[in-house]
Every structure is written in C-alpha cells, then in structure tokens.
Design a protein around this ligand. Structure first.
Ligand code: PLP
Length: 439
C-alpha cells in the first residue's frame, strides 16, 4: 500500500533506510553499492559525518529566511567559493533548488539579457538532440529526448535542435576526430544563419552528455569551435553541467577540459551531493552588468532559492572535496574504472562503446557490435539490467536513450568520489553479471 505516485506505478521499490560511504541499505538489511550516485548525485557517498555536522549546526542557527528580506551567511560563502573556482568571466551565482530550475533560470536570464541590451527581437534557443536539460517545460523544450517530450509537445516553447557531438555514432570512417568535431560544430553556424543571427538568444549543451546518451564526451576541439561560433554571432553559450559538473569528470567544471568558458552554466546534482536539494546558475559579468545597469533585477525567483540549509550542506560538500583532494581520486579511480570496463567489456558482443570522463562512464549496449544496431526497445533491456544489478546489490543508471530517432540502451556509472579500487572491481564484476543475465 502506498500513497505516493511513484515514478513507476507497477512493481515494488525497496525502502531505503540508511547509508554509509558508497553503500545504501534497505529495510531487509541488504546493502547496495551506489555505483551511479543515484543519478550522478551522491558525489561524497552517504552520511558523510562532516556534512551531517554542518547541516546540524545550520539547522540549530537558522533553517530559512526568504531571499526578498535577507541574504544568509552560507549562501554568501557558497557563492563566493563557486565564483572563485568558476571558469573565466563568471562573476555571480543565482541559487535554485535543482537542475531543471537551473536550466529554466539560465534560459530566462539569457532572454532578459538581450531585452536589457535593446535586442528584444532575439527569441530563438538552439540545443542538441540526445540531450536532457530537465523536466519543467522550458528545460524540456531545450532537451532533445523525444520520448520525454512527445506527449507534451503542444506545451513546449519552440526550440531548434542540431546533432550532438557523438563520435561512436556520427564520426565517419574517413575523418579523424578533429575533422568530425568541426563538422558537428558547423551545424550550429548553419542553424544560426538559417534562423537569422540577430534572432538567436543562446546555444545550450551538456559538455558531457549524461542521461540521454550515457556519458558521451565531445571530441577535442568541438567546444572551442562552438565558442567561436557563438562569439561571432553574439549568441550566448549556456552549458548544462547539472550532471557532469562539480568534479564528476575530474575537474570541477567539465568544460575546463575543453578549454572554454560559458556565459552561463547550470550546476546542481554534485553541488549538494544529495544532502540537500540545490542547484545554481553561474553567470558572466556582462550578464550581471546588463541587469545591474538596466532594470536592476532579474525577473524570476523561487521561494526556496538560496535556502540556508541547502547552502550550508553544499558548502560542506565542496569543502570536503577540496580538503580531501577528492578530484585527484576521481581522476585516479576514473582511469582504473575505465581500464576495468575495457578488460571486462572490451570484446563483449553487446557492448558497442565504452566512454566517459573521470568517474562518469557509460556503456552503450547494442544488439550487434558490427552494425551498431540497437536492441529492440520492446525488450526494455535497460529495465532488465537495472533489475539484475539491484538483485546483485548494485545501483547503476541504465537508460533507454534515443539514437537518431530510435531507442537505444546505455548504462551510466557515476560512483561517489570516495570510491576505492576494490569497490571499483566489485562494481565491474557485478555489472558484467547483471548485463549477461539481462541479455
Ligand atoms: N540537466 C541535466 C544534464 C540533467 O542530467 C538533469 C537531471 O538528470 C537535469 C538537467 C535536471 O535536473 P533535476 O532532475 O535536478 O531537475
């Protein structure tokens, strides 16, 4: 008996009652290795004593103060930390409660920027197919996952989509990675010219595509070219680092590895590590200045933005990551995870691609390795993999994404940054058994 409308109405969910480090426990005392951090959220694992202590201290001082009346100490401290660590040009932070809200706010900020600048005719958003930016209507409009969008299409705002940078599927045998990256980026320029350069607000992209494609990193040079194209036409670059940001790829921001800085960047999951719901938009100085010298306010706002408890938890999470040099562990364990995945699945008949960055890795499952033909969606392979993994005490994030309009399958791995080698080995062993049992 349940009074909750769960994500899946049919079937039973175990009841989570505890967690410690990389593990979660259910009411039967069964332990699950959290190899996906839920949905790439739990970057510090569970029940970290320093974060719990920081939350207790904040709860005893002040749980909530509405942001139209007050700012708060943890919010100011967290914003300062984020801006100081952010890519070049970022000057301010706008807090929200999660990833969809962050993308939604970034889209509105980008539009208002052009209104403030006297260019109200700019109205188009360009994004990519096979991307996920959240489930609220604006963010869903930007996203390219057809399965998620389909029935809501009449409610969505008009958004234009180009192909993602997806080497496994789209790089031609006769071109190298660099040439492919330039060809993929050219689609943006073509789309801007087609729409009219002075009508485009922004281009939105996940640096490493998460839930919809399974940890697909760009080829080298792709984002540099994207940045150049945006600059050429005065189009803002919004990066969605909700899933791939905050250290998950081995650097605090994934885009650092592409050598570019965005105008707006959305962050969430790893920011609070699941200890509290929190997200943020980091914005460039010129956007802040346009608001400051123009209307004097950003026409947006949520009741829980800058929530002191959420900011205190996120501040503690970020302090622990820095103090314990956990990004070094992300890089080291990421390399180990990649090597173990290669060893186990490198010749697997149904694993077409192994890719990712840092502790953000994906496997693409295919019916035929030679032709890259996806499995029949009716098989619901991703659901079977998840079930088999859970039966073996393993949490992974298998999804049925969209491949060129068809449904495909991938498995996403995003273990906590504190993971060690023996645990990585166990994750790969259990995942191999689960995939073989599911197929
Ligand atoms: N953007 C990306 C890249 C995501 O992966 C997600 C969630 O998976 C979101 C946005 C939406 O975040 P939330 O579920 O916190 O609203």
């Amino acid at each position: 008996m349940t009074y909750i409308l769960h994500r899946q109405i049919h079937g039973e969910l175990p009841v989570a009652v505890g967690g410690r480090g990389v593990e979660l426990f259910d009411t039967n005392g069964k332990a699950y290795i959290d190899a996906s951090g839920g949905a790439a959220v739990s970057c510090l694992g569970h029940n970290h004593p320093d974060v719990v202590e920081a939350m207790k201290r904040q709860a005893e001082k002040l749980a909530y103060a509405h942001t139209s009346f007050f700012t708060s100490e943890p919010a100011e401290a967290l914003a300062e930390r984020l801006v100081k660590a952010a890519p070049k040009g970022i000057s301010h932070t706008y807090f929200v409660s999660g990833g969809s809200e962050a993308v939604e706010a970034a889209l509105k900020m980008a539009r208002q920027y052009f209104v403030e600048m006297g260019e109200p005719q700019r109205r188009h958003i360009i994004a990519r197919r096979q991307s996920y930016h959240g489930n609220t209507l604006g963010a869903l409009s930007a996203g390219g996952n057809e399965w998620r969008r389909d029935q809501f299409r009449p409610l969505l705002i008009e958004t234009h989509h180009i192909d993602p940078c997806y080497a496994y599927r789209h790089q031609r045998p006769d071109e190298n990675a660099e040439a492919y990256g330039l060809r993929a980026a050219q689609q943006l320029e073509d789309k801007i010219l087609e729409l009219g350069p002075d009508t485009v607000i922004a281009f939105v992209a996940e640096p490493v595509v998460g839930a919809t494609a399974g940890a697909v990193p760009p080829v080298s040079g792709y984002f540099k070219r994207i940045r150049e194209i945006c600059d050429r036409y005065g189009v803002l670059l919004i990066l969605d680092e909700v899933m791939c940001g905050m250290g998950r790829t081995g650097t605090l921001f994934a885009c650092e590895q592409d050598g570019i800085a965005p105008d707006l960047v959305a962050i969430a999951k790893g920011l609070g590590g699941g200890y509290q719901p929190i997200g943020a938009v980091l914005l460039a100085r010129r956007i802040y200045d346009a608001f400051a010298n123009g209307s004097g306010f950003f026409q947006h706002g949520h009741t829980y933005m800058g929530h002191p408890m959420a900011c205190a938890a996120a501040l503690a999470v970020q302090e622990v990551i820095e103090r314990d040099d956990l990004l070094a562990n992300v890089r080291e364990m990421g390399a180990h995870l990649r090597a173990r995945l290669q060893a186990r699945f490198g010749n697997h008949p149904h694993v077409g691609d192994i890719r990712g960055r840092g502790l953000f890795m994906g496997l693409e499952l295919v019916a035929d390795r030679g032709t890259k033909e996806p499995f029949d969606p009716a098989l619901k392979l991703h659901a079977k993999v998840k079930k088999e993994a859970m039966a073996r005490g393993l949490m992974v994030y298998p999804m049925g994404g969209t491949i060129d309009g068809r449904r495909g399958n991938h498995v996403l791995l995003a273990p906590p940054f504190i993971v060690d080698k023996p645990t990585v080995d166990t994750i790969v062993e259990r995942l191999g058994d689960a995939i073989d049992a599911a197929i």
